[in-house]
Each structure stands twice: as structure tokens, then as C-alpha cells.
Ligand binder design. Structure first.
Ligand SMILES: O=c1ccn([C@H]2C[C@H](O)[C@@H](CO)O2)c(=O)[nH]1
Length: 139
């Protein structure tokens, strides 16, 4: 992992704490995410569900969207937290594709007891699709 133990601890704390803001009345499945930008800031996110179920946005994509809209597009790591105690909950396919758009960085899944499983965006989506527009450096 490229981040320090102190950064990891802060991300784990934030990912667990932010679950209190989840809006998951349909699944009752809470997910919290904490994303560390290369700007040093932590961008958190929660899953936000909708009565039209397919409109639901995952915690991870909430965090990426918050970061980008606040001017940060480069990331060091994301920590994903759920309430599931007996296995690690890993990002869904949509969140993996959303993440790889922003390059290769650490992805850490954490259980309520703070045990962790570490991976990277690249490991999680081999053979990914990515076609950046030619003038993407400007954006
Ligand atoms: O990586 C994931 C997978 C699922 N969910 C959310 C979506 C939905 O609200 C609930 C159950 O799928 O969990 C996330 O936030 N992140």
C-alpha cells in the first residue's frame, strides 16, 4: 500500500463513521466510503437509494463524484466499509469502472471489527475499458 498507517487509520475511521448518513431504506445495507485525494483531503460517501431501485448510487461513486466536483481527480486510496461481519464487501462492477477512470490506486475493504482486505483498482478490473478524450488533459 502506498499510504501511511496514519492515513489508513483516518480513512478507516471516516469510512465507518460516515455510514451513519447512509440512505438505504430499501436494502438496509449500509456502505460508507472514504477516499484520499492527492490533495491530502478525505472525501466521504454513502449509498443513496431510491424507490426506483436502479437509480441507487453506491457509496464509492458518491465519494468520487464529491471529490471531482470539489476539484480533485487524483487519488491515493479508497476505504469501503459495510456492516457485514463475516466477509469483505468489495466494490460492485460499476464502481470498479468508475474508479479505474482515475487510475491505479489502493482499494481497502474493511469489516466492522476493522480487519482489512487490500487490493488496487487495477487488480479489481483487469481488461478495463478506458478511452480518454484527446483533450482530457485540459479537463
Ligand atoms: O460496492 C458497493 C455495493 C453496494 N452498495 C450499496 C448499493 C445498495 O444501496 C446496497 C445494496 O446493494 O449497497 C454500495 O454502496 N457499494
Amino acid at each position: 500500500m502506498k499510504i501511511s498507517q496514519e492515513e489508513l487509520k483516518q480513512l478507516v475511521d471516516a469510512a465507518i463513521d460516515i455510514k451513519k448518513h447512509c440512505y438505504a431504506p430499501y436494502s438496509n445495507f449500509r456502505v460508507g466510503a472514504a477516499l484520499l485525494g492527492e490533495d491530502g483531503k478525505i472525501y466521504t460517501g454513502v449509498n443513496v437509494e431510491n424507490c426506483s431501485y436502479g437509480l441507487t448510487i453506491c457509496a464509492e461513486r458518491t465519494a468520487y463524484t464529491k471529490a471531482v466536483s470539489e476539484g480533485c481527480k487524483k487519488f491515493k486510496a479508497i476505504v469501503v466499509s459495510s456492516d457485514v461481519e463475516d466477509k469483505f464487501i468489495t466494490p460492485c462492477g460499476a464502481c470498479r469502472q468508475f474508479a479505474i477512470e482515475f487510475g491505479d490506486f489502493d482499494v481497502v475493504c474493511v469489516k466492522p471489527d476493522r480487519t482489512m482486505s487490500a487490493s488496487t483498482t487495477l487488480e479489481m478490473l483487469p481488461g478495463f475499458f478506458l478511452e480518454l478524450p484527446k483533450d482530457s488533459a485540459k479537463n
